[in-house]
Design a protein around this ligand. Structure first.
Ligand code: SF4
Length: 323
């Protein structure tokens, strides 16, 4: 239960906050939010957005207050209003349907997800069956599967499935992955696939994106020096959930919180070094909110832990830059 009004704890040693970097927004999330903001400026409210633009309630609520209307499917978008597709990507049929209806649409799919889409198309054009490592039901997986025909791609969610999968006979094989997976789990699955199918085609570069890898490396680093770790992010944010798992594997307690009001002080009993990080869709304002909350209850020492420096910025869709 939330305890924002609990009295400050006194007489305790200081709580050291190991604050991971990089954390929070990635270039793809930043770009997707900017696309919605610019679309509202350019077209005026309402601007429809198919699916949560990124998996974070705070971000979605903020954009909603500024004139965005979030819907699950294109059918819910009235004729004559602009629509934005989320950072996770959409099946090919969605922009095709929007064009058929004459809707103005803006595609906020992260360029790194689009890269996976293009690879899927190329494999199919080269008659390769795709083994796709990912989580069933995640919008990114639905979007990538929607780039090809159902019989051309098979989902693999676990090492067990990688051991038992029977691909269609005859043709060549390739594997691709969701961008926000656990680096370690995926390496295990890939090792199994490469052992079983030595000629399987690897992705061009890594499909797990730079932001996911960097945040996992950063949380590993803080977890190895912390008594517990808080990850700020949404339960439906794949990369945030992975951060909790990575921290737990380092042998510490870890918890996913949406924001400061989710912190339970009892959970922090005995913790003197607390790791803090945020998933790729969680804004920095929520990290500051958590630090301020802790400062209200403990004597706090902030210790930033810098990992890889990120300088990646993605271009906006053509035409929107000048808005
Ligand atoms: Fe793009 Fe990676 Fe961010 Fe997803 S987590 S939006 S793939 S940069």
């Amino acid at each position: 239960m939330a305890q924002t009004d609990a009295p400050p704890l006194t007489g305790l040693p200081p709580l050291t906050l190991l604050i991971a970097a990089p954390r929070g927004f990635c270039a793809g999330v930043d770009r997707a939010i900017r696309i919605v903001e610019l679309a509202i400026e350019r077209y005026g409210a309402p601007v429809y957005v198919r699916h949560e633009i990124v998996h974070n309630k705070f971000v979605v609520d903020d954009l909603r207050a500024r004139g965005a209307v979030f819907v699950k499917e294109l059918d819910e978008v009235p004729d004559g209003v602009p629509v934005v597709f989320s950072a996770h990507g959409v099946p090919k049929a969605v922009p095709a349907k929007a064009a058929e209806r004459g809707l103005d649409y803006l595609d906020a799919t992260c360029p790194l997800v689009s890269k996976v889409h293009r690879q899927a198309e190329r494999h199919v054009a080269n008659h390769r069956h795709i083994l796709f490592i990912g989580h069933a039901g995640h919008p990114e997986v639905i979007g990538t599967f929607g780039q090809v025909e159902p019989g051309q791609i098979t989902l693999i969610e676990s090492a067990e499935q990688a051991e038992t999968i029977v691909p269609p006979p005859g043709g060549e094989l390739a594997y691709l992955t969701q961008t926000t997976l656990s680096v370690d789990d995926t390496a295990e699955i890939v090792a199994i696939l490469e052992r079983r199918f030595p000629h399987i085609q690897r992705p061009i570069g890594e499909d797990i994106c730079y932001a996911t890898s960097n945040r996992q490396a950063a949380v590993k680093e803080i977890a190895s020096h912390a008594d517990a770790v808080l990850v700020i992010g949404a339960p439906n944010s794949s990369n945030s959930v992975r951060l909790v798992e990575v921290a737990e594997r380092e042998g510490v307690r870890a918890r996913l919180i949406a924001r400061a009001s989710d912190i339970e002080l009892e959970w922090l009993a005995g913790v003197r070094r607390l790791g803090i990080t945020a998933g790729a869709s969680a804004p920095e304002i929520l990290v500051r909110e958590v630090v301020d909350f802790l400062r209200a209850h403990f004597e706090v020492v902030e210790e930033p832990v810098q990992g890889v420096e990120e300088r990646i910025v993605f271009k906006l869709p053509r035409g929107l830059e000048a808005a």
